[in-house]
Design a protein around this ligand. Structure first.
Ligand code: PEP
Ligand code: MG
Length: 584
């Protein structure tokens, strides 16, 4: 039995599929000597196809975004024409008689080992380019009818060292029952995507790839962060029971669907949903969320082979706005960088990506891409109730600059007589301590605040949200975090604007209780957490929540706050032995 970090709730029991690195779909397969030429022809065809696609992408980006942004694609095309690049893979196929996917993978590993040993940033960057090109070729090999990788069963549990948010977004829910990784944190984007796809997951389980073998029976308890490999019959039996209870608990929550999110003393809390993919709108409506509080748009960019153009973005935003109408949809502009990267969007390698060119900083450095997204959002605003929001605002000047750009785009649309919502609300995320401290000033410029606690915590305590070795410091109950949240809520209310929390903190019952007491008006959680959060709201009193928050703000240590809030919640929920499902 192994303990890790709970990343996505649910209990699953199934066979393991262990992968030693993050190359999800690449397996080593031996081929007979008679198939060597056919395998090389397959490689060449995929390279040619990738070249044609890259040329088309280059032209599209040149046309829609700009020449500078398209330059990287010229470098890709040159690489694809370089016989050294694919020649090495050909040689491996011939001499080692293995499939071309694995041969490409070996070439890449050689490059990676080489570039790890050198410090030249140009060469490092070039190796990243090669990595993303090889990915594209492998995708093209797959679509050319590659035999599926042999997996242990129809359904399996992935056990890996690490999975990127893009790997997770690519998972087929029909076959992946759950996953376990050795690295990661509860609010890493890999965990967030798992929750939105409702795939149970545990992260940060040290050494699990060497403890489990493919085919071993594995249990994942994503709520408690427990992984069991080859359980004895007694443990297996008890988890089968737990699984039934979990399913029943989820079913019981459905009773809250039609009810309002209001405390017993009639304080209204707005409950909205966070989404990563347009397809999640079904789950948002199914759980009767009051709106979309956060649409992480970078996920419509993440598993594409090139940057989605204005029309593609417009279509996605318009569809969501129409389906949610008359409820509102808060669209956040791109938040790339940190732990999310796009193969076709070049960022020079950074020592500290979470402290680097991320989110609005990256948008500001790529104005064409930023403007294109703003144009798509504004155009979609004519079809529903859209709000726009900027991520990772750090200084006041960023808001000035971003609003200036919005005004420019609005003027251009007006000139062209394109319809949009002229009074669209524009808010900012508060997720950097400097913004929280200056919230009273920033509130004068924003129509609303949304606190991104996932980042606010990591930047306040200087502990990477995806690093399990410092997860003991990553604590939402750190009094410094709570005091910052209180400051932001007070500043927002003084300026007459609303404040929400869209970080994962909003979906833990005891934390939602505290956030309400700290003055948060809206909680935005994953669609699958809407009803459990509503249950908390409907069972607490606002007056108690205010008192709880006052107590917490006077404390020095997170552990004292935790014990106190848990005891209060127990008292609230236990003696009544009933859940407030009355219509009143
Ligand atoms: C946050 O930081 O809390 C947030 C909602 O944004 P993300 O998790 O995408 O960084
Ligand atoms: Mg964030």
């Amino acid at each position: 039995m192994y303990k890790g970090i709970p990343a996505s709730p649910g209990i699953v029991i199934g066979p393991a599929h262990v992968i030693s690195n993050k190359a999800l779909a690449i397996s080593r397969e031996t081929i007979p000597a008679s198939k060597v030429e056919a395998e090389i022809a397959r490689l060449k065809a995929a390279v040619d196809r990738t070249k044609i696609e890259t040329i088309a992408t280059k032209e599209k980006i040149e046309h829609e975004v700009g020449k500078t942004e398209a330059e990287i694609f010229s470098a890709y095309i040159l690489l694809l024409q370089d016989p050294m690049f694919t020649g090495k893979a050909e040689e491996i196929i011939r001499t080692q008689l293995i499939n071309c996917e694995y041969a490409l993978h070996m070439v890449l590993q050689n490059y990676a080992e080489f570039t790890n040993r050198i410090s030249d940033s140009y060469l490092k960057e070039r190796s990243r380019d090669i990595g993303s090109l090889a990915d594209k070729i492998i995708r093209n090999l797959e679509s050319a009818g590659r035999k599926e990788v042999k997996l242990p069963a129809d359904k399996y549990i992935i056990i890996a060292n690490d999975l990127s948010p893009a790997d997770t977004a690519d998972m087929d829910k029909n076959s992946v029952m759950g996953f376990v990784t050795e690295v990661g944190g509860a609010t890493s984007h890999t965990a967030i995507v798992a929750r939105s796809m409702e795939i149970p997951a545990v992260v940060g389980v040290r050494d699990i790839t060497s403890q489990a073998k493919t085919g071993d029976l594995v249990i994942i308890d994503g709520e408690k962060g427990i992984v069991v490999v080859n359980p004895n019959p007694k443990i297996l039996g008890s988890y089968k029971e737990e699984r039934k209870k979990f399913i029943l608990k989820m079913r019981m929550l459905k009773r809250f669907k039609k009810l309002e999110a209001i405390t017993v003393d009639k304080h209204k809390v707005e409950l909205s949903a966070n989404i990563e993919f347009p397809e999640e709108i079904g789950a948002v409506l199914e759980n009767n969320a009051e709106g979309v509080g956060l649409f992480r748009t970078e996920f419509i960019f993440i598993n594409k082979s090139n940057l989605p153009g204005e029309e593609e973005q417009f279509d996605a935003y318009k569809m969501i706005a129409m389906k949610m109408s008359p409820k509102s949809v808060t669209i956040r502009t791109l938040d790339i960088g940190g732990d999310k990267f796009l193969p076709y969007f070049k960022i020079a390698p950074e020592q500290n990506p979470f402290l680097g060119l991320r989110a609005i900083r990256l948008s500001m450095a790529n104005l064409n891409i930023f403007k294109l997204q703003i144009r798509a959002i504004l155009r979609a605003s004519a079809f529903g109730k859209i709000k726009m929001m900027f991520p990772m605002v750090t200084i006041s000047e960023e808001i000035d600059e971003a609003l200036k750009i919005v005004d420019e785009v609005k003027a251009e649309l007006k000139r062209k007589e394109v319809k949009f919502d002229e009074s669209i609300k524009i808010g900012i995320m508060i997720e950097v301590p400097s913004a929280a401290i200056m919230a009273d000033e920033l509130a004068k410029k924003a129509d609303f605040f949304s606190i991104g606690t996932n980042d606010l915590i990591q930047y306040t305590v200087a502990a990477d949200r995806g690093n399990e070795t410092v997860s003991y410091l990553y604590n939402p109950l750190n009094p410094a975090v709570l005091r910052l949240i209180r400051m932001v809520a007070n500043s927002a209310h003084k300026a007459g604007i609303r404040v929400s929390v869209c970080g994962e903190m909003a979906s833990a019952p005891h934390l939602a209780y505290l956030l309400i007491g700290l003055g948060i008006d809206e909680l935005s959680v994953s669609p699958s957490s809407i009803l459990s959060t509503k249950k908390i709201v409907r069972n607490i009193s606002f007056r108690d929540a205010l008192e709880e928050a006052e107590f917490a703000l006077k404390q020095e240590k997170a552990a004292v706050i935790y014990d106190h809030v848990m005891a209060s919640l127990d008292k609230i929920l236990m003696p009544r032995k009933k859940e407030n499902v009355d219509e009143s």
